[in-house]
Design a protein around this ligand. Structure first.
Ligand code: ADP
Length: 252
């Protein structure tokens, strides 16, 4: 793509017509694939969200993409690549479409209160070393409607702008931004990413219900800490740190 301006991410670019899930495909090839390999598919027949939840991935209407990374990072810091991706997608949307997108901690991008993009980071690690990390990005681009159960909570760039979006330009912008913020993360650590997440967050400042297995509580989201955890202030004024991964945070 003439729009790609990266050193290594997307140099190896695999484009598929149909696949179960780009993250699953990426996992299969990850041990042999070069760092920065990208897998894109026109459709996913069993796209996934977190905890095995279904991700609707219509043919030709979205950007269904996985990035294979082999960073010298611990598993604990690799989790923060979800936030690196979130900041990249928000900036790409602002740059190419001039739409104001925000981050719903930890892994969703929201426009006008509806989900436009989900991020699913998965990794293969031994002890304190990761073999590879797969950052999956599912972005609703040109679909004009969603199944009934998603109508009130999902949107696309087409629905928001009334214009069909050139997926090539947008994809390149996401990849360019991702490499930029990935380098920042490797060189300067999580702090600049954290600041960017806070700036674009819809979660911070709002009352939320945290659902973590059987454990549920309400509180006010007040901060993101240096590990990428969401900090919740509960009724008695004390604070709880919530780790991404297995929790759902709902606005109330
Ligand atoms: P959350 O943490 O918000 O529950 P996940 O990150 O696990 O969500 O993503 C899966 C959920 O996203 C599904 O349960 C469904 O509600 C919603 N969803 C599925 N496909 C799409 C889509 N294409 N666009 C927006 N939302 C979707």
């Amino acid at each position: 793509s003439p729009f790609l301006k990266t050193d290594f991410i997307g140099k190896n670019y695999i484009h598929l017509e149909s696949i179960s899930s780009t993250n699953d495909y990426a996992k299969e090839i990850a041990s042999k694939a070069e760092n920065g390999t990208i897998v894109v598919s026109e459709e996913q027949t069993s796209g996934r969200g977190r905890l095995g939840r279904k991700w609707v991935s219509e043919k030709g209407q979205g950007l269904w993409m996985s990035i294979i990374l082999k960073p010298e990072l611990t598993p604990q810091s690799s989790v923060k690549l979800t936030q690196v991706a979130a900041v990249s997608v928000v900036n790409a949307i602002i740059e190419t479409i001039e739409l104001n997108a925000s981050i719903k901690w930890p892994n969703d991008i929201i426009i006008n209160g509806k989900k436009i993009c989900g991020i699913l980071t998965e990794m293969n690690a031994e002890l304190d070393r990761v073999n590879y990390v797969i950052v999956g990005i599912g972005l609703n681009v040109n679909m004009n409607k969603f199944p009934d159960d998603l109508k009130d909570k999902a949107t696309s760039l087409f629905i928001e702008t009334g214009k069909k979006i050139d997926r090539k330009k947008l994809t390149a912008s996401i990849i360019n931004n991702f490499e930029k913020y990935y380098y920042i993360f490797l060189k300067e650590g999580f702090e600049p990413i954290r600041i960017s997440c806070l700036k674009h967050s819809v979660t911070i400042g709002s009352e939320v219900r945290v659902i973590s297995g059987k454990n549920e509580f309400n509180g006010k989201a007040v901060d993101i800490d240096n590990d990428g955890n969401l900090i919740i202030e509960i009724g008695d004024g004390s604070r709880k740190a919530v780790m991404s991964g297995d929790v759902s945070v709902r606005g109330i």
